[in-house]
Ligand binder design. Structure first.
Ligand SMILES: *[C@@H]1O[C@H](CO)[C@@H](O)[C@H](O)[C@H]1NC(C)=O
Length: 371
């Protein structure tokens, strides 16, 4: 307990993480840019789906309490037939169509395990309305409302991939909705270098593991979010690699992508159809911003083993540093950590992996968990 409280009383993030920061540089660059490019700083209004100049609405959508619409897509067995319901949270630059944990799941397993899955467009993506004030917590509320409106029942499973980790970690926060969780799987969830309980040496190592261009984009998203639209759209120097669809990937990821060919293409344009700012940029601002909580402070929501939390991570992931994930797994012993050897960020596209991940989430009991 003593060590716990000293851990929690660490210094303010701004002073402690100043290394990540050259905030002075960013402010100076920001002022120069602001004076020179005033008109280019402000992102254009998002093109709302269904508005006169916006894209058409093709997906079913629910209306949330605050008036926003959330688009979703259902997979697997019909709701009323399924006995296991999963909510899937997509990563950056993806949408409800990227629910690979449903689309690559073998039909036999869908039947055998009685699986229903719903994926949704996170705010600002594809056909969901933007939510400029979104946070990890508000994403959890969106999920809860989706669950209620679709009458999925009192308990559901959650799978969060990559940037979807911001909401998946939120679901694990005891103060939000864990009484509704049956189990949670995080797949290569993005680690926020600014979580205040990450020791300086660990977060520095993870931060420096990124490409230089992404180090800068992350700093801007954190310290000067008002500059990130310009940063990611200007052509003078490279902005975020995700925003520019130009990320450095491991050989294993490149092999997977070249084998899969153009299967993502049908909805590639839809992902950012409302604009880059409330989708990709907002993900960065939220993902690397100051969170309402720190995952390292979380307690196991399943004290009686009534559910489990799994974290899967490839050891050659070039987007999410494996070392940070190992640190997290070590600090949170109730998270069942599965490190996949010789694998990158997209290892779940390898044949059989989705079956393994979903089966593990839905069928683990105390006997099958080691330790
Ligand atoms: C960080 O520092 C601690 C304490 O000095 C040390 O035990 C740990 O191995 C270091 N971790 C890394 C990743 O350098």
């Amino acid at each position: 307990m003593a060590s716990d409280s000293s851990r929690k009383s660490s210094l303010k993030p701004s002073s402690r993480k100043s290394f990540l920061f050259p905030s002075v540089v960013i402010v100076i660059v920001g002022i120069i840019v602001a004076l020179t490019y005033q008109s280019k700083l402000k992102p254009p209004q998002p093109k709302l789906c269904g508005s006169s100049s916006g894209p058409p609405i093709t997906a079913p959508r629910i209306k949330l309490q605050d008036g926003r619409y959330l688009a979703y897509k259902e997979h697997g067995l019909p709701r009323e037939k399924a006995n296991r319901k999963i909510v899937f949270i997509h990563g950056s630059d993806c949408c409800r169509h990227d629910a690979v944990f449903a689309t690559l799941l073998s039909p036999d397993l869908v039947e055998e395990l009685g699986v229903y899955m719903v994926s949704f467009d996170r705010p600002g993506y594809c056909e969901s309305d933007p939510h400029p004030s979104r946070t990890p917590r508000s994403l959890v509320s969106d999920i809860e409302e989706l669950d209620d409106q679709l009458s999925l029942g009192s308990k559901f499973y959650v799978i969060g991939k990559s940037m979807g980790g911001q909401a998946a970690w939120g679901c694990l926060n005891l103060k939000y909705i864990p009484h509704r969780l049956a189990g949670v799987t995080l797949v290569a969830p993005v680690v926020n270098y600014y979580w205040r309980n990450l020791p300086l040496n660990v977060s520095t190592e993870g931060f420096n593991f990124q490409q230089k261009r992404d180090q800068w984009a992350v700093r801007v998203a954190h310290y000067a979010p008002w500059l990130i639209y310009w940063w990611n759209t200007q052509k003078w120097f490279p902005g975020s690699s995700i925003a520019n669809r130009d990320s450095l990937l491991s050989q294993s990821d490149r092999d997977i992508i070249s084998k899969r060919g153009y299967t993502r293409k049908p909805h590639w344009a839809e992902v950012r159809q409302q604009g880059i700012h409330e989708s990709i940029n907002r993900d960065m601002i939220v993902g690397f911003g100051n969170w309402e909580f720190d995952p390292l402070d979380l307690d196991n929501p399943f004290l009686n083993n009534e559910g489990f939390v799994h974290l899967w991570q490839g050891d050659e992931d070039m987007l999410v540093p494996v070392k940070l994930q190992r640190y997290l797994a070590h600090q949170l012993p109730w998270v069942h950590y599965h490190e996949v050897p010789r694998s990158g960020h997209f290892f779940h596209f390898t044949k059989g992996v989705v079956d393994n991940i979903v089966t593990t989430l839905l069928t683990t009991d105390t006997d099958t968990i080691r330790q």
